[in-house]
Ligand binder design. Structure first.
Ligand code: G16
Length: 549
């Protein structure tokens, strides 16, 4: 069977590639202004169909979202059959296909790709797709559908839902009817699975205080409202920032990225959050989670991905010991360079810790190497993975006391409350609430596990971020030449100083992270490294366009 060239040409002509734009499959797929993504969407539809054919008709996922980015941005990423990110080696093909200048060149590139990858075009192809609440979403989904049609794949529209739900759906569809069945392949199936496990885990525990959930005015609002119904009285969820149809509201002055980078309470919560009360923020597609609370003096405290990892890992270790299975199931942690030095010190004194480059795909793969891999980026993106062997051991373990049996059941229920396909803000929120309920921890007690070093994250707008190349899990720059030496020289002047520079894979900026023992020093170090970065790109030092967030 060969490509339906006429059909592809006819449909591709409806989605011409804009001239002078180079698209790149980055940290989380293609991501840029929604207004220029039409051709990319069409081509991703074709690629998703080809990926499905290559994998014998397994269902491939496509999520249309730009997550934490501003509302005018949009993006698209592919999800592989077990709900994980697209296999690394296909990213470069995605980039090649997205950049073919004309329909003819695109068809030629597809043809060459089919031959190189030995894709059997007679195989069936299935694609499930969803989008977030961005206004550009419906038109982009229509372009995607044309691509799915052009390659002769069967499409399933999962509608408007969160990124983690789409990842869940992909795994649920592909495991349906097998011994590894992940759950019902619907949003209801997801809500039911997670909330049922949550209810079992908190049965008999004192009810948690009502939890404010800042939904970033994004799709998480929709899912949070549904969760509130499913979990009922066991945890009173109060969704806030739920204006999904108000133009310009998405991720604006709220959401996980705002809280993490500005280290501030979303202004809209200022009059609602009471001292001592916990709250959490999701991002625009509900795959990141940041907690926070106000202390007795009304001071803001943030509990980020590092704090979530510390809380959750300690709890799982405790349960494996209580269940008498800790000699067979070991817990490991995966972080990135953004992990606060305080957390890395605390965790590495207790458990194996690995540092990998930014991007859930890197963390996920590293976490798969542990029996139980706890991975969280400081920005709140993460989850926990139980290896298939660990799941078997849990299923076969014979507890010798009632206490062991209870602990074992708790671990098994944890495997169901956790969305193991990808970072999932609402699943992580339930997980955190389970641990807090079991430990009877307040936000303050959780926070006191270790002390964060003051830190600052800065964005620098440069002419070409591609000149910035890194090594050592992005902790050091290899290009532009000589810049790392200057950074090292600066860092040495600050007590407890650490800083690194890396190009973003989701925004057209270079990111600078710095930490030091004192807040003023961390800010100053970040600012000075950002200055070095800007100078390096040949800008006028008097007009450094540095955006402090
Ligand atoms: C995406 C990735 C995350 C990454 C973040 C920022 O998050 O999934 O792993 O940390 O982008 O990446 P960068 O610093 O390269 O821009 P999200 O929530 O936007 O999908």
């Amino acid at each position: 069977m060969s490509l339906q060239v006429d059909l592809i040409k006819q449909l591709s002509d409806l989605h011409p590639k804009p001239e002078h734009i180079h698209f790149q499959y980055g940290t989380a797929g293609f991501r840029t202004l929604g207004s220029v993504l039409d051709s990319v969407m069409f081509r991703v539809g074709v690629l998703a169909g080809l990926r499905s054919k290559r994998l014998d008709g397994k269902t491939i996922g496509v999520m249309v979202t730009a997550s934490h980015n501003p509302e005018p941005d949009n993006g698209v990423k592919l999800v592989d059959p077990r709900g994980e990110m697209l296999e690394n080696s296909w990213e470069v093909h995605a980039t090649t296909l997205a950049n073919a200048p004309t329909s003819e060149a695109f068809i030629e590139a597809v043809d060459a790709f089919v031959k190189t990858m030995r894709i059997d075009l007679s195989k069936p192809a299935k694609v499930v797709y969803a989008r977030d609440t961005r206004p550009s979403g419906p038109a982009l989904v229509a372009a995607l559908e044309d691509g799915i049609k052009a390659i002769g794949a069967e499409g399933r529209d999962a509608g408007v839902t969160s990124t983690p739900v789409l990842h869940y759906l992909v795994r649920a569809i592909n495991t349906k009817g097998t011994k590894d069945a992940y759950g019902e392949d619907s949003e209801e199936g997801y809500l039911e699975k997670l909330s049922a496990a949550y209810k079992k885990l908190v049965a008999g525990k004192a009810a948690s205080p009502p939890l404010l959930v800042d939904c970033a005015n994004g799709v998480g609002a929709q899912v949070a409202y549904k969760f509130a119904e499913y979990i009922g009285d066991t945890l009173q969820l109060i969704p806030v920032n739920t204006a999904t149809t108000t133009p310009g509201a998405l991720n604006n002055g709220c959401g996980a990225d705002f809280v993490k980078t500005s280290q501030k309470l979303p202004p809209s919560l200022a009059s609602t959050l009471k001292p001592g009360q916990r709250a959490c923020s999701l991002d625009g597609d509900a795959d990141r989670l940041i907690y926070f609370y106000l202390d007795g003096r009304g001071q803001f405290h943030m509990l980020d991905g590092d704090k979530i990892a510390a809380l959750v890992a300690a709890f799982i270790v405790e349960l494996t010991k209580a269940a008498g299975i800790d000699d067979q199931i070991k817990v490991g942690i995966v972080q990135t360079a953004y992990a606060n030095g305080g957390s890395t010190k605390y965790l590495s004194e207790r458990l194996p810790v690995k540092c990998v480059p930014t991007g859930v795909k890197h963390l996920h793969h590293a976490a798969e190497k542990y029996d139980v891999g706890v991975y969280f980026e400081a920005n709140g993106h993460g989850t926990v993975l139980f290896s298939p062997e660990s799941l078997d051991k849990l299923a076969q373990h014979q507890p010798s006391t009632p206490a062991q049996s209870t602990a074992l059941n708790h671990i098994i229920n944890l495997t169901n409350v956790i969305n193991q396909t990808v970072g999932d803000a609402l699943s992580d929120m339930l997980l955190v609430e389970v641990v807090l309920a079991h430990k009877s921890y307040s936000g303050e007690e959780w926070d006191s596990l270790y002390v964060d070093l003051p830190n600052r994250l800065v964005k620098v707008v440069v002419a070409d971020r591609n000149i910035f190349k890194t090594e050592d899990a992005e902790r050091r720059l290899v290009s532009p030449p000589g810049l790392q030496v200057k950074i090292d020289e600066l860092v040495r002047r600050y007590e407890g100083g650490r800083a690194f520079v890396r190009p973003s894979g989701t925004e057209d900026v270079v990111r600078v992270y710095a930490e030091a023992t004192l807040r003023t020093q961390a800010d100053e170090l970040a600012y000075r490294v950002a200055g070095l970065v800007y100078d390096e790109t040949g800008g006028d030092p008097a007009r450094r366009p540095i955006e402090f967030l």
